[in-house]
Ligand binder design. Structure first.
Ligand code: C2E
Ligand code: CA
Ligand code: CA
Ligand code: CA
Length: 274
């Protein structure tokens, strides 16, 4: 079967090139890293543009490796997906993020990134429900960020899972919106509560055409009753354009960089108290 085919390549072979060897080593190291609890989540605040208030935070994974140093997710998530480790790793992230969010002020939302591979696993919905139950966080506070790759396979299983989670009150956000090929089509077919405009658009928002695209995504969201979040907001000028366009939420270095769980908890509590 498919899994046997995989295993054949789990050995170093003389014909393997350096890249393939490095990849194998990485996959093995990731497995060990999960057992040794070397992964951490940082949290980046998300703000409501109109009120200026923080409404939640996104959990972003890092690998604190004793040999490689602090490794960014872009350098290990793909390998974790290939090896299948993303399933237990993603499950850990969900549990961890929910238990951290349990200590936040009431109503504060927690957004967790979910890989397509993870969502396809049969146990996904159950693991989400379990993360909520164990932490005591209500479903309304949880947002799952998925990308188009999740929706691309159009499987009945994935659709069912998304519907089931949504019925519980969990929000589904479409991440990196605008970078794929047919985002608009997905909005029509899939249950989505939020779109996150990819940061490349915000970065180039000075450009007239880019600004027009951003404004139309915001308008589309309003028409469809979908919350629009702008990612990668770094300057007041960008935030100003977004505010005028009626964008609902913003996230980016201007609002806050990803920070340690303890620092995020302190920030959220100080805001809630003031
Ligand atoms: P993403 O979900 O689009 O997350 C936003 C990325 O943009 C984060 O990079 C964040 O640090 C960065 N960012 C935030 N504000 C700004 C800004 O103002 N300017 C710029 N230039 N960048 C900003 P990070 O943490 O390196 O994560 C990269 C990607 O890794 C994420 O992109 C997400 O796709 C993936 N990822 C992170 N954590 C997880 C996870 O727990 N599970 C899965 N499956 N993927 C994850
Ligand atoms: Ca995300
Ligand atoms: Ca994104
Ligand atoms: Ca991304």
């Amino acid at each position: 079967g498919k899994s046997e085919g995989r295993n054949v390549y789990r050995f170093f072979e003389p014909g393997m090139d350096a890249l393939a060897r490095a990849r194998l080593t990485l996959e093995t190291d990731l497995d060990t890293a999960l057992k040794r609890q070397e992964f951490v989540l940082d949290y980046q605040p998300i703000t409501n543009i109109a009120s200026g208030e923080i409404v939640g935070a996104e959990a972003l994974m890092r690998w604190n490796s004793p040999t490689r140093g602090l490794v960014a997710p872009d350098d290990f998530i793909a390998a974790a997906e290939d090896s299948g480790l993303i399933v237990p790793l993603g499950e850990w992230a969900l549990k961890q993020a929910c238990s951290v969010a349990a200590g936040w002020p009431p109503g504060m939302r927690i957004a967790v990134n979910v890989s397509a591979v993870q969502i396809r696993s049969a146990d996904f919905a159950r693991s989400v429900i379990s993360a909520l139950a164990v932490s005591g966080v209500s479903a309304r506070r949880l947002e799952l960020e998925i990308t188009e790759t999740v929706l691309m396979d159009e499987s009945e299983t994935v659709l069912k899972t998304l519907r089931q989670l949504r019925e519980l009150g969990i929000r589904i956000a479409l991440d990196d919106f605008g970078t794929g090929y047919s985002s608009l089509g997905y909005l029509r077919r899939f249950p989505v509560d939020k779109i996150k405009i990819d940061r490349s658009f915000i970065h180039d928002i000075d450009n007239r055409d880019t600004a027009a695209i951003v404004r139309s995504i915001i308008g589309l969201g309003a028409e469809l009753g979908i919350t629009v979040t702008a990612e990668g907001v770094e300057t007041e000028a960008q935030l100003d354009i977004l505010r005028k366009a009626g964008c609902v939420e913003a996230q980016g270095f201007l609002i806050g960089v990803p920070s340690k769980a303890a620092d995020m908890a302190r920030l959220l509590k100080s805001k809630a108290a003031s």
